[in-house]
Design a protein around this ligand. Structure first.
Ligand code: AMP
Ligand code: MG
Length: 318
């Protein structure tokens, strides 16, 4: 039973079974998560994983995040440590990805983790992703469902726009609750945040009761997902501005910015969570409206504001 858009399916029982079959056939499908939509395939299958890289035009050196239904299943693939267990108990399922050492006997495709000794793993909270993972017997490799270095999709329609008929099935799970990619935390040595997200440094420090490092700049080309250029709407973005430029759009935040022509407020009431949720949606809208550039006002660099500024910095990289 198809939905109004081509290849978009309602997440009912029959379609979940269809999705399961697709994954078992080593096909790639679009799935909703609470962060952004993912392009998902069997993480144990080289065929599936190769398809993901090809569709996304993603360089092979950029490893994928692997998604699990439960801790029990993860134990086959990853070396578990105490910090991980603490964080798992209070934050999972949820919008946080952990870097752990890969077990030598793990069946994860070597291409999925770019032949590294480590793997990135996550337990998504969105019920469609969770239910699919529960009925599958394999983990899902699922990077964001966008072409490499572009904006992540936050609705099934965004995935359609991105891949236009190139994937056979997209499960519709509505608009993503968070709308920004997961926090990535490396737990293979001193806890280090590799990518900021809605789960903040402060929150993690509170649980681990230890200092957590935030990696500012990734200098090794080996972690290109954290490259300086990324999350690009496909038009120039300039940060910390007070006005729009000529023919440009202006992204604002908070009460002091009135609703004006060419102006797009991420949160009139000044709520950073709401702003994070609106960021990609707003940039996609601006692009569709054919603006030639985006100026963005100052966004407070606190809480999830740090993740918003991180994405904006990368989107504005020239
Ligand atoms: P995405 O494509 O949006 O799902 O982003 C995945 C992110 O996870 C990228 O920034 C990758 O570089 C990062 N990542 C995946 N696996 C690893 C790993 N083993 N070590 C470090 N970063 C990783
Ligand atoms: Mg991505």
């Amino acid at each position: 039973m198809k939905n109004i858009y081509l290849n978009v399916y309602k997440s009912n029982l029959a379609n979940m079974q269809k999705a399961k079959k697709s994954v078992e056939n080593n096909d790639v499908i679009g799935i909703p998560t609470e962060t952004v939509y993912g392009l998902a395939g069997n993480a144990y299958s080289e065929t599936s994983v190769k398809k993901i890289f090809k569709l996304k035009k993603r360089p092979r050196y950029n490893p994928l995040i692997l998604h699990y239904a439960s801790l029990n299943r993860l134990k086959k693939d990853a070396v578990i440590n105490k910090s991980f267990i603490k964080l798992y108990k209070s934050l999972c399922p949820g919008p946080i990805t952990f870097i752990l050492n890969k077990k030598a006997k793990s069946k994860i495709s070597k291409i999925a983790n770019a032949r590294k000794k480590t793997i990135a793993i996550r337990f998504p909270k969105h019920k469609v992703a969770r239910n699919l993972l529960k009925i599958l017997s394999v983990p899902l490799a699922a990077p964001s469902a966008n072409i490499f270095s572009k904006l992540s999709p936050t609705s099934a329609q965004d995935v359609v726009d991105e891949f236009n008929g190139k994937i056979k099935m997209i499960l519709d799970g509505g608009s993503c609750k968070i709308g920004l990619e997961s926090t990535i935390l490396d737990l293979t040595s001193r806890p280090t945040i590799l990518r900021q997200g809605s789960i903040t440094q402060k929150k993690i420090e509170g649980i681990l009761k230890t200092k957590v490092i935030v990696k500012k700049k990734v200098n090794r080309i080996k972690s290109p997902g954290q490259l300086n250029f990324h999350y690009s709407p496909g038009l120039p973005v300039l940060m910390n501005k007070v006005l729009p430029s000529k023919n440009g759009a202006f992204i604002t935040f908070g009460k002091k910015f009135k609703n004006k022509k060419n102006s797009f407020n991420l949160s009139q009431k000044g709520n950073l969570k709401e702003a994070a949720n609106n960021l990609y949606k707003t940039m996609r809208k601006i692009k569709k409206l054919n603006y030639k550039s985006i100026n963005v006002c100052v966004i407070p660099n606190i809480g999830i504001g740090c993740a918003i500024n991180d994405r904006l910095k990368k989107a504005s990289f020239k």
